[in-house]
Design a protein around this ligand. Structure first.
Ligand SMILES: Nc1nc2c(c(=O)[nH]1)N[C@H]1C(S)=C(S)[C@@H](COP(=O)(O)O)O[C@H]1N2
Ligand SMILES: [Mo]
Length: 309
């Protein structure tokens, strides 16, 4: 994790949580973005300028930066929650490209620095609900994945999108273990991938993604269990048939392709009815589609969500 070197007296440093609260307050009062309102140089990590999207603010408290960046699932760096923050420094995020191919008219390889500028960078506060029944609230920085998809012009055969993480045990020592089939792969149906909530994500809390959170680019799909949100992506492939993700291979009875957050469908080994918000003591009820039902329930009209878990 990159050290934060303050350029101002430590008594004046605003923690990322307070920073976000202050930002929200300013948005409410002035309707302007934080980046334009706060003095620069509050901290010296690699910042990522963005404009807050008021459509994606939550009244819930954001999870402290420290928890967001030290309590992670990223099996390429180990299977315990503390491993990614400890081990992910071996990941080299430049140079970095994403190759987009499969059922598209214009296959293309994007350089990460070009990708950063492809569309307007937004800040969006999303809940992230892990299948392990904990959750966080995180101010992500990115833009809709649909912006990238438009560039490559999917063919009429493109029904699904597959995301593929870097496959390099020299940088990702967890890939030496057999715990999952590497590279980590995930997938979405085309309409899910095109949905405006699906975020191609480059940062959090005003900064570029820390390695342990999936630098330099990942997806965030807030109405699905966290494992759908693949990190450190190097390939995006459009397919006619439903891809089989790493987690489906590891446990087809436990991890389905859809994996929409659903409090009424339990994981075979535990209940999904409640969740623990990291930093809180009492559990809270898990909401259908993680609280995004109004936006996404229509994607699954007529589908049996017990069978299509
Ligand atoms: N490549 C890859 N992506 C991954 C994972 C992983 O192990 N490898 N873990 C997933 C899981 S289970 C969760 S809950 C989220 C966690 O994201 P965060 O650490 O940024 O909160 O990342 C997801 N993306
Ligand atoms: Mo997860």
């Amino acid at each position: 994790m990159k050290a934060k070197i303050p350029r101002i007296a430590s008594s004046e440093i605003t923690s990322p949580e307070l920073y976000a609260d202050r930002r929200r307050f300013m948005q409410l009062t002035a309707g302007a973005s934080l980046a334009s309102l706060l003095p620069t140089g509050l901290w010296a990590a690699d910042k990522l300028p963005s404009t807050a999207n008021p459509a994606y603010l939550l009244s819930e408290k954001t999870t402290p930066y420290k928890d967001v960046t030290t309590y992670n699932n990223f099996y390429e760096f180990g299977t315990s929650k503390e491993d990614p923050a400890r081990n992910a420094h071996t990941l080299k995020t430049r140079p970095w490209t994403i190759t987009v191919d499969g059922e598209v008219k214009k296959p293309k390889t994007f350089d990460i620095d070009a990708l950063l500028k492809l569309a307007a960078m937004e800040e969006r506060v999303y809940r992230l609900r892990c299948v392990e029944a904990w959750s966080m609230v995180i101010p992500w920085l990115g833009y809709p994945l649909a912006e990238l998809i438009k560039q490559v012009e999917p063919t009429s055969k493109a029904k699904f999108v597959e995301f593929i993480t870097l496959d390099d045990p020299a940088q990702m020592p967890g890939e030496l273990s057999q715990v999952l089939a590497w590279p980590y792969t995930e997938g979405l149906r085309m309409d899910e991938a095109m949905h405006p909530l699906t975020l191609l994500t480059f940062g959090l809390y005003g900064e570029v993604l820390p390695n342990q959170n999936g630098a330099p680019v990942r997806v965030v799909i807030p109405w699905k269990y966290g494992f759908k949100s693949a990190k450190s992506i190097v390939k995006i492939r459009f397919t006619e048939t439903q891809p089989v993700s790493s987690w489906m291979q590891a446990g087809p009875r436990e991890y389905g392709f859809y994996s929409n957050v659903n409090p009424s469908v339990d994981h075979p080994r535990w209940s999904q009815a409640k969740e623990r918000r990291i930093g809180e003591f009492f559990k809270r009820e898990t909401l259908p589609f993680n609280g995004y039902a109004e936006q996404v329930a229509g994607l699954y009209a007529g589908m049996d969500l017990q069978a299509n878990f």
